[in-house]
Design a protein around this ligand. Sequence first.
Ligand code: FES
Length: 256
Amino acid sequence: MHDCNDPDLVPRWFPIARSEEVEKRHVFHAKLLGEELAVWRDDEGRINAWENRCAHRGVRLTIGDNLGAELRCRYHGWRYLSGTGQCSVIPAHPGQTPSPAIRAKAYRCAERYNFVWVSLGSEGEIPEIATLAGDAPLTLRSIFVEAAAPVVGAALAGIAGATIRDPFTIETGDTIVTLLQPVSQGRCIIHAALTPAPSGDARLPVLRQHNERLSALRDAIERAGTGRLFDASTATTVDLYRRQVADTRLAYCVAS
Ligand code: FES
């Protein structure tokens, strides 16, 4: 169950992983707006994002097995079909077809810009991000921050040259887009993508530089304290974060 009180945010699409993190035959654990998710890719490449809860006794599906076309719960072996989440097998009743009412709760999910996106609601579209619309961007290391998404967004917005596309999409410099994933109250993940993607040997220094700068940003934010999810930050708080970000000299551009 999500913990978001803002009805406009619940259906919004958010990135919850880099595409490369959701591998075949693996179950990825994510959290969005307080809702735990079992995210898995079937052998056809299709992504599923389900409530992390078996319909039988509520065991976490993230400890289950990705069988390629089905996810099997680790506890009593109930299986759920990719796509619909429909229960297909109940080992204790091998001769019976499970009721259509027995299914994993599936959320809308899709891949775009080399990220996996999820919406907990039924309306709305993935944000159009013109900067990332061309060739496949390079996704940079995602980083977890013990602070509410609006607080982190305010810190990112305080970086010189930043352009705020919306409260969760901020372009820093000309080439990096940062995307915020509100994990739960007071926690978020910063995802980032670089375009055009550098090639060959140029990638490693870029990834290192990004990691150092984003880690410094995280440390500055966490040192300053945390805010509550979806509370409006006071001007004083925002100013404090901006000063701390400036102190870390986060130009946040990429070395050529
Ligand atoms: S709790 Fe999942 S099969 Fe029983």
